[in-house]
Design a protein around this ligand. Structure first.
Ligand code: PYC
Length: 312
């Protein structure tokens, strides 16, 4: 008997999000981080079926919606990709909000979502615009030297934006679409150097690499190239990566609370970011645009040798 999974696809600044709205695994109750472990241990084949080839690709981020434990939240969401699970996903949250709007489940205004790394707020601003208040971001270490084989030493900030990032300015490459092969090559070597040299964020893997550079557009503050854990580059400016960047700028005294920061991706899509303080906590806010581009059913046929995706 074939299994059916209803998904809604969107893209946020070119980066796809595939939201499971029906037919996904039942992860039971309890803290979302525990549900994510259950997803990984018992239902990893669903992750693979939804985002891996032949239905998806390494670029896709999947999102599983669930019942939140906090009744003030609209849904819980666990993000995943071709190799595993994410803490938070900024472009994905913007995609989830436009998906909920497409389903008629929300109206313009504020909602809250539970993620494994904390609650986030999201505001559908009308049209295709969404503003999210991410989990608090912070810089753990500044200007950390890293020897990269066949390149030399680069310096990176280690920062949290809902995922762990190594943010590098002194890479010497133009952040340009025509330069993607070189950017992929260097960011992959940085990722492997972090692994080989056992450099972690207090024991957690630093699995996102963010190369930063200038944009030729005067209204844009910076352009980035973000290598994701599954070795695909983020087509969007990366919401958690932009959050990590805002934390670094603030720590360096280069971005005041409330000031706007326009972050451009390597393909030219944009997020607007800023930091705002509520009580004792400083939160990153990210505004972006997402478009729903498919509302469809995945078919998992029993006799299909790649029914659960092409995976290791
Ligand atoms: O937008 O935070 C993000 C993100 C993480 C991985 C891909 N996109």
């Amino acid at each position: 008997m074939a299994k059916h999974i209803r998904v809604i696809d969107s893209h946020t600044g070119g980066e796809p999000t595939r939201v499971i709205v029906d037919g996904g695994p039942d992860l039971g109750a309890g803290p979302l981080a525990t549900q994510r472990e259950r997803f990984q241990q018992s239902f990893d084949h669903f992750r693979s079926a939804v985002v891996n080839e032949p239905r998806g690709s390494e670029v896709f981020v999947g999102a599983l919606l669930g019942k939140p434990s906090n009744p003030l939240c609209t849904a819980s969401v666990i993000f995943f990709n071709n190799v595993g699970y994410l803490g938070m996903c900024g472009h994905g949250t913007i995609g989830v909000v436009m998906t909920l709007a497409h389903l008629g489940r929300i109206q313009p205004g504020l909602i809250r979502l539970e993620t494994p790394v904390g609650e986030v707020e999201a505001e559908w601003l009308g049209g295709n615009r969404v503003r999210i208040r991410n989990v608090p971001s912070y810089r753990l270490a500044a200007n950390v030297p890293l020897a990269v084989p066949s390149h030399g030493v680069v310096h990176g900030d280690i920062a949290w934006g809902g995922n762990w990032f190594f943010l590098v300015d002194d890479h010497g490459l133009a952040i340009d679409r025509a330069n993607v092969p070189a950017l992929m090559s260097l960011s992959s070597r940085i990722r492997h150097a972090l692994q080989d040299q056992h450099m972690t964020a207090n024991g957690a893997e630093i699995d996102h690499i963010e190369l930063i550079g200038p944009s030729p557009k005067p209204e844009v503050n910076a352009r980035n190239f973000v290598l994701c854990p599954g070795m695909a580059y983020d087509r969007s400016p990366c919401g958690t990566g932009t959050s990590a960047k805002l934390a670094c700028l603030h720590a360096d005294g280069k971005l005041a609370l409330g000031d706007s920061w326009i972050q451009e991706s390597v393909i030219g899509s944009r997020f607007e970011g800023c930091l705002q303080q509520h009580g004792d906590t400083v939160y990153p806010y990210i505004t972006g645009t997402a478009y729903v581009n498919a509302d469809t059913t995945l078919i998992i046929a029993g006799d299909d040798p790649f029914a659960w995706g092409i995976h290791d």
